[in-house]
Design a protein around this ligand. Structure first.
Ligand code: NAP
Length: 526
């Protein structure tokens, strides 16, 4: 059962965020170029399914490609079938009794080791993220650093939940509350934080004593396969997790509907999240629990720029929130709501700044924006740009950028009505809708006019308006006088309201509770 249980919260240093590599330093730039070169040499390798400690190949395969140069195959992966998905759940179930009895200190120690391995291989993982997800160097670095943060943070949190909590003593009795794991969890992750979100969801489940089946996005399976190597190297037993690649629409239902699946931890689109929630609610023959669903979904995030804002700061905040990683963050700003007294000036400045942004291959550090994830995404975003050009006034950006990759220019569409599709629907690309507000109350009303409720920001110097927004702006993550992206583990627990999901608050003190159930124990003393 691993090493003796020596780890404790008292002896561990307090959690701090992983520092970012400074790519302005020549030696770091050189090291990153070398990492990109090393990773490129591994392009086109084949990766297997891992079920019950065995590596499996299927007849049918699929490829993941570099969105900056789609002719490049990053990895070749197996197309799992519903039968294999079922086997994965059953194998995870068979190891659950053993794994759930590992001391929490031993599991936490494995997680700290995973953090060290990721730290050691950081630039290599950055390079995989650059190539497979199309993130620029700094965006990839933030993704990998967040993955390390999740490991460090959840290791400490597991120790905190692992200690029994004394309860009120009743006469002659000792009372305790202990937290125990749930069972087999299915982890379904998106491509846009291909390492961080996958790592956060998987490690939270494992460190609390659950076994898991990992089903990564079909756009970024190589990063997921590399992460599974890290889990093994860190000491997680082969049978504590299974790795199942293949189309979500083919294996998803089998994983979710399996009677032995105890919970599903999903991050992705609203449509898929709602489907999972619905299917998980249907009792299957042999199922003896209510499946738990943790579902973090889309966003239509707004930034309010008030008449009393520092305009320059607001322009920068909106710019990076809207166009960082090509607008493909659930937290991205896709609506700017601007007081009409400063509307024209704001737009003029934002347009000027936006037109300086460079777009091109993500591995070239000269580019601020890389490609969107795939051809379907590009087509869908171009469709929205077309719709938006009719719904509002196209201020800047139109269409594709030359080159093999899925590149798009950053787009600003002004004078958008609140009921317009581009004001209401998640586009998930570099498209910003801008709308004037009569006053601050109107701005708040417009910001809240959404089925989503993930992130939001307000730029103002007025404390009374800050007070009002704290109370009324209905989002899971609210920021003042800064961008609405870039939540940090331990500082900004992350998750949204309404159709943005179950508000699970990843990277916060309540997160691990969702992977646990509490048991109250009372012992009569005499
Ligand atoms: P997606 O299309 O919903 O896919 C997410 C995952 O679900 C993928 O692994 C996908 O597999 C799988 N899947 C697809 N169909 C399924 C089914 N029927 N049953 C079970 N699983 C299925 O989302 P995405 O395009 O990867 O990610 C973008 C979305 O994620 C955006 O809406 C974004 O806002 C949201 N997001 C939210 C958060 C948050 O914290 N709230 C964070 C990041 C992203 P395949 O790839 O094989 O289809």
């Amino acid at each position: 059962m691993g090493t003796p249980a020596t780890l404790s919260l008292e002896t561990l240093p307090a959690f701090t965020n992983e520092p970012y590599t400074d790519f302005s330093a020549p030696e770091n730039r050189r090291a990153m170029q070398e990492a990109l070169g090393r990773v490129r040499q591994q392009f086109g390798r084949e990766y297997e399914l891992w079920i019950g400690g065995a590596r499996l190949k299927t007849e049918e395969k699929f490829e993941s490609r570099n969105p900056s140069r789609p002719s490049e195959v990053v990895g070749i992966h197996q197309k799992a079938t519903p039968t294999l998905a079922g086997m994965a759940v059953e194998s995870a179930l068979s190891f659950f009794p053993e794994w759930s009895r590992f001391p929490v200190e031993v599991r936490a120690e494995m997680l700290l080791r995973a953090a060290s391995i990721l730290r050691r291989r950081k630039l290599e993982f950055d390079a995989w993220v650059v190539y497979e997800a199309g993130k620029t160097w700094p965006e990839a670095e933030a993704d990998v650093s967040e993955a390390i943060d999740f490991c460090e943070y959840y290791a400490r949190e597991a120790l905190r939940y692992g200690a029994p909590r004394p309860m009120l003593a009743t006469p002659g009795e000792k009372n305790e509350l202990v937290y125990i794991p749930l069972g087999v969890g299915v982890i379904i992750s998106p491509w846009n934080f291909p390492l961080a979100i996958l790592t956060g969801m998987t490690t939270a489940a494992l460190v609390t004593g659950n076994t898991v089946v990992i089903k990564p996005s079909s756009d970024t399976p190589t990063i997921a396969a590399k992460f599974c190597e890290v889990l093994l190297e860190a000491g997680f037993p082969e049978r504590s997790f299974a790795f199942v690649t293949g189309s979500g629409s083919v294996v998803g239902d089998a994983l979710v509907l399996h009677p032995k699946t105890r919970f599903i931890c999903f991050t992705g689109s609203k449509e898929v999240g709602l489907r999972i929630n619905e299917l998980a609610a249907k009792l299957q023959p042999g199922q003896i629990w209510i499946k738990r669903v943790i579902a973090e979904m889309g966003g239509k995030d707004a930034i309010i720029v008030d008449a009393e804002a520092d305009l320059e700061r607001a322009v920068e905040g909106v710019l990076v929130s809207a166009f960082g990683y090509q607008g493909q963050k659930c937290s991205a700003c896709s609506r700017a709501i601007v007081d009409r007294s400063i509307y024209d000036e704001f737009l003029e400045r934002l347009k000027a700044r936006t037109e300086t942004l460079t777009v091109g291959p993500a591995d070239d550090p000269a580019n601020f924006m890389g490609p969107v994830i795939n051809e379907n995404a590009r087509r869908s975003i171009l469709g929205y740009i077309d719709i938006g050009s009719k719904e509002g006034r196209l201020v800047t950006g139109c269409g594709s950028v030359p080159g093999e990759g899925y590149f798009l220019k950053p787009v600003i569409i002004a004078d958008v009505e609140p009921k317009a599709r581009i004001f209401q629907e998640e586009i998930f690309g570099p498209v910003l809708a801008v709308t004037p507000a009569r006053d601050f109350d109107h701005a708040l009303e417009l910001a809240n006019d959404s089925e989503y409720g993930l992130t939001g920001a307000v730029f103002t110097r007025n404390p009374e308006k800050i007070r009002k927004a704290r109370e009324r702006f209905f989002v899971g993550n609210l920021y003042f006088n800064r961008k609405c992206t870039g939540a940090m583990v331990g500082a900004h627990p992350f998750g949204g309201f309404n159709m943005s999901g179950t508000d699970s608050k990843a990277g916060g003190p309540d997160y691990l509770l969702q992977f646990l159930q509490a048991k109250a124990i009372c012992e009569r003393m005499a």
